[in-house]
Write a protein that binds this ligand. Structure first.
Ligand SMILES: [Zn+2]
Length: 123
């Protein structure tokens, strides 16, 4: 390979890397803008007692850390496929903070049901 070819390949590789980095920064900024995060406080839990929709027992308050977020689809549209993008996640379910934000959640251990609040995340 000639020096000129090596220089062109290197330049193309650098452009691809720079483009990927810029796309990632834009994505993270957009994601942070679309996610509402609040500080943890006891008042968040005030009047937030829920009963299990299956057995009627009081659900246990807790936190859910959702990692890559919740990809949710209406039943009639079919299950989300492997090509679901990160942009398909429900709002406020994907944390991009160094200290991962969590969602308030309620769980019925007996029925293995979880109720998740995704109006906001808590950090
Ligand atoms: Zn239950």
């Amino acid at each position: 390979m000639s020096d000129t070819t090596i220089q062109i390949v290197t330049l193309v590789a650098l452009c691809v890397l720079a483009g990927s980095a810029i796309a990632m920064v834009v994505y993270v900024i957009q994601l942070r803008r679309n996610n509402r995060t609040v500080r943890e406080h006891d008042r968040l839990w005030r009047d937030r007692l829920y009963t299990c929709p299956s057995c009627g027992a009081l659900m246990v308050q807790g936190w859910a850390q959702l990692g890559r977020g919740i990809v949710w689809a209406q039943r009639r549209r079919g299950r989300p496929g492997g090509l679901s993008s990160i942009g398909d996640t429900l709002p406020n379910t994907q944390s991009m903070h160094l200290r991962m934000a969590s969602n308030m959640a309620w769980r019925c251990p007996k029925c293995a049901l979880v109720l998740i609040d995704h109006k906001k995340m808590v950090n």
